[in-house]
Design a protein around this ligand. Structure first.
Ligand code: SF4
Length: 312
């Protein structure tokens, strides 16, 4: 045993080799070292991409890169998986919402990563697109922060992806995020969203969105980054405490620790529901917003309605 491993005598060995493990995968009852964890996660992302036809030849994939851990892992994993595809290009797009004491640090982290990987990077700001940053738009009504931010950021990301000439927009949503969304939709009584297939490339945007990390847990992603020494240690958004998602996240993580498998069961149940409704016309037909031309289910899209409210 090498000197570096002596301190790890009590750590279980990797199920695939003799190295100390860094994670226990409960569902498979396997311990994995850093190297086998990376292989395992890359294989699962490759399989998610293939089974859902997320990437095709000729694609130019814009990775939504906030600089936080999920988007950092997404860009690193896609960069590794897609580098052997001659005709698929990766670019990174970042939205600066204008959130003081938060976004500057994450943008610096994003810039370091794209420099390291040699990936083209486009940054767009709320101020250039909407005339004001989020702090200014909210003007103290912090309880609305995440719903306003979510709607505007979706538009800003589409704009950035279009500017980057992308054919797909990849986001870093993981399994925990998916489970949180299922529960949030249920709590809001939004049954249409609950039965929609959120895993396949979406058609309700100019640029289809894909979620290659949707099968990986938050913990797997965090350990993957930590053992590679590239976990971005960043401040938390000051508006997080107002978010329903933060509360749902904390409760789901309690459920998961008391009843292991809850998160995966919730997402699997949603997928069965979506499959049962597949091919059925759910909700209004997707048309075009009469103001901006973006796809939407009414005459005026959610973003244009919000912008009108903010102006009035
Ligand atoms: Fe936007 Fe809310 Fe996320 Fe902050 S926590 S970046 S306000 S969605």
């Amino acid at each position: 045993m090498t000197g570096a491993w002596k301190g790890a005598r009590d750590v279980p060995q990797c199920s695939a080799c003799l190295r100390p493990s860094v994670i226990h995968l409960r569902e498979q009852d396997r311990h994995l070292c850093a190297e086998h964890l990376a292989h395992h996660l890359h294989d699962r992302v490759r399989s998610t991409i293939a089974s859902r036809c997320m990437v095709v030849q000729g694609d130019r994939i814009a990775v939504a890169l906030s600089g936080g851990k999920d988007s950092t892992a997404l860009l690193r994993i896609l960069h590794s998986l897609l580098s052997s595809w001659d005709d698929v290009t990766l670019v990174a797009v970042t939205v600066d919402e204008g959130i003081a004491h938060y976004r500057d640090a994450t943008i610096r982290s994003a810039e370091r990563l794209v420099r390291e990987l040699g990936v083209d990077h486009t940054v767009v700001t709320f101020t250039e697109i909407f005339g004001k940053g989020l702090d200014e738009i909210l003007a103290g009504s912090n309880e609305r922060a995440c719903s306003v931010c979510g709607i505007l950021r979706r538009r800003a990301l589409s704009r950035a992806a279009q500017e980057a000439g992308a054919t797909k927009l990849a986001t870093g949503h993981n399994l925990d995020d998916e489970a949180q969304s299922v529960l949030m939709n249920a709590l809001r009584g939004d049954l249409l969203r609950l039965v929609r297939d959120s895993g396949s490339p979406s058609r309700d945007c100019f640029i289809p969105r894909i979620k290659p990390l949707m099968d990986l847990s938050e913990k797997e992603i965090a350990v993957y980054l930590m053992v590679r020494d590239c976990f971005p240690d960043l401040p938390e958004c000051p508006y997080t405490r107002y978010a329903l998602r933060a509360e749902v996240r904390s409760r789901l993580s309690t459920f998961e620790s008391r009843h292991p498998g809850t998160i995966r069961n919730l997402v699997a149940g949603k997928e069965r529901l979506s499959a049962a409704f597949a091919g059925m016309s759910i909700g209004a037909e997707i048309g075009r917003c009469t103001q901006c031309g973006e796809p939407c289910s009414g005459t005026v899209c959610q973003t244009c309605r919000l912008l009108q409210d903010l102006r009035s």
